[in-house]
Design a protein around this ligand. Structure first.
Ligand SMILES: Nc1nc2c(c(=O)[nH]1)N[C@H]1C(S)=C(S)[C@@H](COP(=O)(O)O)O[C@H]1N2
Ligand SMILES: [Mo]
Length: 326
């Protein structure tokens, strides 16, 4: 596991059987060529579905009520955000989730919220959608691999859901457990991670208004490859903290184990706040490539501390050594 791979010196953190980014870029160039009429309909079929959210049910949302939740950057095209994914339950290549996740049944779906709470509850999808006004939040998402996207997510602050179950004073962390169904998830056959994929946040991080319980994107319900029907998005942390297809949210006293931290403790810390000054042991985190923006030759962007959300979340970490708690 966790072997260096990659074309042109690119080093991939996740697993050993990886599609180098160059393959993706060539695919994009092919798509662009196809769009210009250079190619017939034949080879576009596998991707055509992902080029527009029209196949997904629309989800109406209000503008964001949370300060700092609207990145002014240009949005990543839907076609990119829904076809270049990490969702290891469906395979390790960036193109595997869109290909393999379509068999994931997302209705009925329930999320159990339990643990150190006054009132444990199970929510079905309709209950989740009705629990609070849906808002559009345009967040940057920065993957630990060195790329980023800007996505108009739809949802509401996770704090609204947690308030429903009345957390006890002893609850210090929130654990997210995601679906692990071998019938529909071919990736579970490989033990690259300890399934189910789990993640966690400290209570104050989970309660921060920017932490989004996410039900949609681009004006529609979530595509399966993006974590349908419900995921979290934590915009100031590396992308792997934003767990997809959640089935249980558990309030606990101790820092919970998390999938990537368990797989490689020295490479993926529990906090995983985006930080250009703390390199991954095998590559720098100082810059990033924006997906959908000019391909290989576009200049890289400088990565920002807390992914640019320092004004909103910096005080959560006052007095903490961010090199130690990476
Ligand atoms: N259940 C689950 N959630 C997951 C992952 C995963 O493999 N399984 N990958 C993570 C990683 S590494 C990233 S970068 C983001 C990608 O989200 P996106 O495909 O919607 O951009 O999802 C995160 N959530
Ligand atoms: Mo990632």
């Amino acid at each position: 596991m966790l072997i260096q791979t990659g074309a042109s010196g690119f080093t991939h953190p996740h697993g050993s059987e990886i599609t180098p980014e160059g393959v993706y870029l060539r695919r994009r160039e092919l798509l662009q060529w196809a769009a210009l009429g250079g190619m017939g309909v034949a080879s576009g079929a596998a991707f055509a579905k992902a080029d527009t959210p029209d196949a997904l049910a629309p989800l109406r949302a209000l503008p964001s009520s949370v300060p700092g939740a609207l990145a002014l950057d240009k949005q990543t095209p839907f076609a990119d955000a829904s076809s270049y994914n990490n969702f290891y339950e469906f395979g390790l290549d960036k193109g595997d989730p869109v290909r393999n996740a379509q068999a994931l049944p997302t209705r009925p779906w329930t999320v159990r919220v339990e643990g150190l709470v006054q009132q444990p509850k199970t929510f079905d999808l309709d209950a989740l959608r009705k629990l609070s006004a849906l808002e559009e939040r345009i967040y940057r998402l920065r993957c630990v691999e060195g790329w980023s996207m800007v996505i108009p997510w739809i949802g509401y602050s996770l704090s609204k859901l947690l308030a429903e179950v009345q957390p006890l004073g002893s609850a210090k962390y929130v654990e997210f457990v995601t679906l692990a169904d071998p019938k529909v998830m071919p990736g579970l056959r490989r033990s690259v991670l300890d399934w189910p994929y789990t993640e966690g946040l400290r209570m104050d991080e989970a309660m921060h208004p920017l932490t989004l319980l996410t039900l949609g994107m681009y004006g529609h319900e979530l595509p399966k490859q993006n974590g349908a029907p419900v995921r979290v998005v934590v915009p100031w942390k590396y992308g792997f903290k934003s767990a997809k297809s959640i089935v249980t949210i558990r309030l606990v006293e101790r820092e919970p184990g998390t999938a990537w931290n368990k797989a490689a403790r020295n490479e993926y810390g529990f906090y995983s706040n985006v930080n250009p000054d703390v390199p991954h042991p095998r590559w720098s985190q100082a810059t990033e490539r924006r997906i959908g923006e000019g391909g290989l030759f576009a200049p890289k962007r400088k990565t920002q501390l807390f992914n640019g959300y320092e004004a909103q979340v910096g005080q959560l970490y006052a007095g903490m050594d961010l090199r130690k708690h990476f």
